[in-house]
Design a protein around this ligand. Structure first.
Ligand code: HEM
Length: 336
């Protein structure tokens, strides 16, 4: 039993299941909003004043919202299992424990925000924070999963490429944030009595789309300048962004049909995961970045030696060793 619990494969699968569950709960949350079931359970943490699950009185909306809340226990269970398995691992890894712990902390934060959403009758700003915290959770779960499958020492790519991948991540986060404001200003509130932001939907949608254009431009630049190890991930990112942009434009022009809005939410998760993949790939392993040379090659391996030569530039120039003291000259004896 202990061998099973400490197996790397179980840790890896649990971490991957946690990523999938966190994406899944964003999508089921979308179903709640798009079917106007946001207040299907009028209380929190109970569904109704007297019941944890939906009662027949609450109808289909109660069933949908109550079902979504039940999924939280699966997401939370996987997160706790991740921490336990990371604790059992020998030797323990601090990065794994940190990421796994962040997932648990994020889910606790979501429970608090979920309560605030119900008590504020779906305040759009709290709903936006709920979505964005989910994106942070996906990032933590994704990084936890990466730690379970990495091999070898990471070697940083060039600084400009690394900076560009951070910039792409920052702009992607801004696109997601702007998208939640568009949602908070639009018609799909999740309940007929929910408040809206009061902002003009067309203006915020334009701002959202402008940020998307910036994001696509930066991602194309990353694709062009990325080293081969990163180019594939950057190419996937550009493709996912273009597909998501197309869904966004079509849903806007067709007055937001719920199916397309749901697809756009799934696309947002895909863009975010593709961004995280690029960011994580901006640290490639030495084994991958420096191709092995045949042992028969007599030339010196300059590529493998490059970091050392670079470091030497910054080392103090060695001073010449002090010359040994000269033997004192004998003075000729006086009077000779
Ligand atoms: C990389 C591309 C894009 C990403 C990552 C993205 C992401 C998002 C996100 C995260 C939301 C909020 C979802 C929610 O709160 O439930 C959203 C909403 C929205 N986006 Fe985008 N979006 C992209 C492109 C576009 C484009 C090009 C348009 C065209 C105008 C667009 C139009 C909209 C609209 C109208 C909404 C509100 C939907 C609603 O009422 O629920 N999006 N987007």
């Amino acid at each position: 039993m202990r061998a099973l619990l400490t197996s790397p494969a179980l840790l890896r699968r649990t971490a991957l299941a946690s990523v999938a569950a966190n994406v899944g709960i964003v999508l089921t949350g979308g179903v709640v909003r798009l079917t106007d079931s946001g207040m299907g359970c009028p209380d929190w943490p109970r569904c109704d004043a007297g019941s944890v699950v939906a009662t027949p009185r609450l109808g289909i909306h109660g069933v949908i919202e109550s079902g979504n809340r039940t999924l939280i226990s699966i997401v939370g269970g996987l997160a706790v299992a991740g921490v336990v398995l990371a604790l059992l691992r020998r030797p323990r890894r601090r990065d794994q424990l940190t990421w796994a712990g962040l997932v648990v902390a994020g889910i606790a934060g979501q429970a608090v925000l979920g309560g605030a959403i119900v008590h504020s009758t779906l305040d759009p700003w709290i709903v936006a924070a709920h979505f964005l915290l989910s994106m942070a959770l996906i990032a933590a779960a994704y990084h936890f999963w990466r730690t379970t499958r990495e091999a070898g020492e990471p070697t940083p790519v060039s600084r400009p490429v690394r900076a560009l991948s951070w910039l792409v991540t920052g702009v992607a986060a801004a696109v997601l944030a702007a998208g939640t404001v568009v949602t908070g200003s639009g018609p799909h509130a999740g309940d007929a009595h929910a408040r809206r932001t009061g902002l003009d939907p067309a203006t915020v949608a334009q701002l959202h789309a402008d940020l998307v254009m910036l994001l696509v431009g930066l991602s194309v630049a990353l694709f062009l300048f990325a080293p081969p190890a990163l180019r594939r991930a950057a190419g996937v990112l550009v493709a996912v962004e273009l597909a998501q942009g197309l869904i966004g434009v079509v849903q806007y022009l067709t007055r937001l049909p719920v199916l397309l809005v749901g697809l756009h939410m799934a696309g947002a998760c895909a863009v975010w995961l593709a961004t995280l993949t690029v960011l994580a790939g901006a640290r490639v392993t030495r084994a991958r970045s420096v191709p092995a040379r045949p042992a028969s090659d007599p030339r010196p391996d300059r590529a493998a030696d490059r970091p050392l030569r670079k470091a030497r530039k910054y080392l103090p120039v060695p001073r010449p060793a002090p010359s040994p003291p000269r033997p004192a000259r004998r003075r000729p004896a006086a009077g000779r």
